[in-house]
Ligand binder design. Structure first.
Ligand SMILES: CSCCC(=O)/C(O)=C/O
Ligand SMILES: [Fe+2]
Ligand code: NI
Length: 193
């Protein structure tokens, strides 16, 4: 079930709001300029499938978002930590997964608006807006935007299992500008799947 938790950015111990109601999640995020929608994600795609298979299965959604909203670049992150697509050797696999997790764990910004569509599994997005932290547990079917220059971080957990289609305005795709803040270390991590 998708969830939101909201905190003051200086008080990670006090939850100001917690909701699993998709309409309340969407309304809360709309209030700070973030798009949250639940789309059909019924194509036969699972975590660990190839990027090509995911792109093909969701070709209509991808075309609609590109044509109607001007996104220029699309890519896929498809990870199933229990599978071998990351690496065959268990030690190398663990190291690569840790590196991937670390890449998104610190607060950063992107200079452009980005959309993420989860078509399998889950991940925890945290958005830092106007003195608050919005933690959103995104699951299969959730579409979320990260508006340009919004400080945020993302946790795929220690055993990642998700597929996300990512839409960028920037033809170069994913570019992170790290803020240098350690705020993410004080807030929730995705500890289990
Ligand atoms: C859920 S997609 C992977 C994370 C990502 O693209 C991002 O920008 C995290 O901050
Ligand atoms: Fe990001
Ligand atoms: Ni809960």
């Amino acid at each position: 079930m998708s969830e939101i938790s909201v905190f003051a950015d200086n008080d990670p111990a006090t939850e100001l709001l917690h909701s699993v109601d998709p309409a309340e999640i969407a309304a809360t995020l709309a209030g700070v300029g973030v798009r949250f929608e639940q789309w059909q994600a019924n194509a036969p795609v699972k975590a660990g499938d190839s990027d090509e298979k995911v792109m093909q299965a969701y070709a209509d959604d991808i075309a609609r978002l590109k044509d109607n909203e001007g996104y220029q670049t699309v890519d896929v992150i498809s990870l199933d930590a229990s599978g071998n697509q990351v690496a065959q050797d268990p030690e190398i696999k663990a190291k690569k997964l840790l590196e991937l997790r670390q890449k998104f764990l610190s607060e950063h910004r992107h200079s452009e608006d980005e959309v993420r569509f989860f078509v399998d599994g889950q991940g925890l997005f945290s958005l830092h807006i106007d003195g608050k932290v919005y933690e959103i547990l995104c699951q299969k079917g959730d579409l979320i935007s990260v508006p340009a220059n919004t400080p945020h971080w993302f946790d795929m957990g220690p055993a990642p299992r998700f597929v996300a289609i990512r839409f960028f305005n920037n033809p170069e795709g994913w570019v992170a500008n790290y803020t240098g803040s350690a705020i993410a270390d004080s807030f929730s991590r995705l500890e289990s799947q």
